[in-house]
Ligand binder design. Structure first.
Ligand code: HEM
Ligand code: HEM
Length: 190
């Protein structure tokens, strides 16, 4: 394959999503599945146990990875073209799809930032693998509680958006039988 063609397979084209977008998209999917499982474990372990502490470390590390990946997915949008919707997709469907994508980008950007703020205002460093990112703020109980509430509510809304997004992708694939899901497939040609 000539070098410029290979590069186009890396970026999005008018026909399909490139491997960079696919990589970030499916990485985010896997990390988010893990993130919601880790969040469930918070209720399972007693708060002063070493298991709870370890779950926090992995939740924070994974959350920072999600933040990096969502920025990667966002940047990859602007490096290439975006494949247009098939002609039979109605205007309201395109609008709903775009709105869902914008909201997913926004929520998955702000939820980790709010999580980081929550930890810092609680007086804790943020864990990232074996490193810890120290808080630039003084501990503040009011802000810590506010950020905790926002983190929980936003995560709940993001979960709803993800369900809607997946339902739409499956609807297009199995009912409409168009190529929307195929062009985001991690492997294989469209
Ligand atoms: C997209 C990424 C993230 C998602 C979807 C997410 C989701 C959640 C959910 C659902 C909870 C449980 C809320 C509750 O019941 O109280 C939670 C708790 C928490 N999250 Fe996240 N989170 C994310 C990223 C982060 C990040 C980056 C950090 C910090 C660096 C963080 C720190 C925390 C902390 C400290 C808790 C509270 C644990 C406790 O109950 O004491 N989260 N998160
Ligand atoms: C955690 C879950 C997920 C998140 C946060 C997410 C997020 C996103 C975002 C932000 C886009 C827009 C990308 C862009 O415009 O550059 C997108 C596109 C897409 N996603 Fe997901 N996604 C998730 C899971 C899934 C799953 C499980 C499927 C398949 C069953 C799927 C199928 C698609 C498809 C087909 C597109 C392209 C839609 C189009 O052409 O307009 N996504 N996703």
């Amino acid at each position: 394959m000539p070098l410029d063609e290979e590069f186009m397979a890396f970026l999005n084209t008018e026909q399909k999503f490139g491997s960079l977008t696919k990589f970030f998209h499916w990485t985010i999917f896997l990390l988010l599945c893990l993130q919601f499982i880790l969040a469930q474990l918070f209720d399972y372990y007693p708060e002063d146990s070493s298991e709870f502490y370890r779950t926090i470390v992995w939740h924070e590390t994974n959350g920072v990875l999600i933040l990096i990946s969502i920025l990667g997915l966002f940047i990859s949008r602007f490096l290439g073209k975006r494949p247009p919707y098939p002609a039979q997709v109605a205007t309201w469907e395109k609008a709903l799809s775009r709105l869902t994508h914008v909201l997913l980008f926004a929520f998955l950007f702000f939820i980790p930032l709010i999580g980081i703020g929550m930890s810092w205002f609680s007086g804790y460093d943020v864990a990232f693998f074996k490193w810890s990112i120290p808080s630039p703020f003084a501990a503040n109980k009011y802000m810590a509680n506010l950020f905790h509430e926002l983190h929980e509510i936003f995560a709940f809304i993001a979960f709803g958006l993800i369900v809607l997004h997946i339902a739409a992708a499956l609807f297009h694939h199995f009912v409409r039988k168009d190529n929307i899901l195929n062009r985001m497939r991690p492997f294989g040609k469209v």
